[in-house]
Design a protein around this ligand. Structure first.
Ligand SMILES: C[S@@+](CC[C@H](N)C(=O)[O-])C[C@H]1O[C@@H](n2cnc3c(N)ncnc32)[C@H](O)[C@@H]1O
Length: 204
């Protein structure tokens, strides 16, 4: 089991994300941060090297923990000043409680049963669950070469199959329809690459 090339280097990963999102890169982080109440405690699942923390949550959150399986990303996040939790979230038991629990661009790693991690996020969150997920990406490209690259590029090294599947607008909406009663807002980011869902666990 080996971590993919893209997930081996924090700098390489961030470069790829900037290339993919181009002028919308900063916006994808800001729209998520805007949903966090200033002073709230935050648990971010799958933060990668910590761009959301560095650009926004370090200043905005009252407390912040990033939980990821990738040691290189966790080292980078820790160097940026965050508390970190090294964990394979597909096996982890209960998540630590926080006011806000966030996951950006990572729900596809938990396919085919992504509702299990959403349910655990809801159980851990006191005020908000924020899920931002790509609905257009390399792995669902019409072009076979890009599709193969997209699938191979983001194996986190956990040995699962989830990284080989991605959401589309239709499949993500289908999953999130199950949380319609808890959803306080849902919107697509500028550029249309990601869709954001904000859930309030207190509405259950
Ligand atoms: C596409 S990156 C997203 C990083 C960041 N949230 C962003 O939007 O740029 C996916 C992240 O999920 C992490 N990840 C994947 N599977 C995981 C698992 N089973 N447990 C914990 N982290 C996982 C990877 O290590 C990586 O940091």
């Amino acid at each position: 089991m080996s971590t993919s090339l893209v997930y081996r280097s924090s700098a390489g990963y961030e470069l790829l994300m900037r290339t993919l999102y181009r002028r919308h890169y900063a916006t994808r982080l800001r729209v998520v941060a805007d949903q966090v109440r200033p002073g709230a405690s935050v648990l971010e699942l799958c933060p990668g090297p910590g761009a959301l923390y560095q650009r926004h949550l370090r200043a905005r959150a009252g407390a912040y923990t990033g939980a990821d399986v990738n040691p290189a990303f966790l080292r980078r996040l820790q160097a940026r000043g965050a508390d970190v939790l090294a964990v394979d979230l597909s096996n982890a038991p209960e998540l630590p409680a926080a006011d806000v629990v966030i996951m950006q661009a990572s729900l596809y790693h938990f396919l085919p049963d992504a509702s299990a991690i959403v349910d655990r996020m809801l159980a851990a969150a006191r005020e908000r669950v924020i899920i931002a997920e790509p609905i257009r990406n390399l792995a669902s490209s019409e072009l076979p070469l890009l599709r193969v690259l997209g699938k191979r590029a983001t194996d986190p090294g956990t040995g699962g199959e989830g990284h080989a599947h991605r959401f589309t607008a239709v499949t993500l909406d289908r999953l999130m329809e199950g949380y319609a009663g808890l959803t306080v807002s849902a919107f697509t980011i500028p550029g249309g690459r990601e869709k954001v869902f904000v859930l309030d666990p207190r509405l259950s």
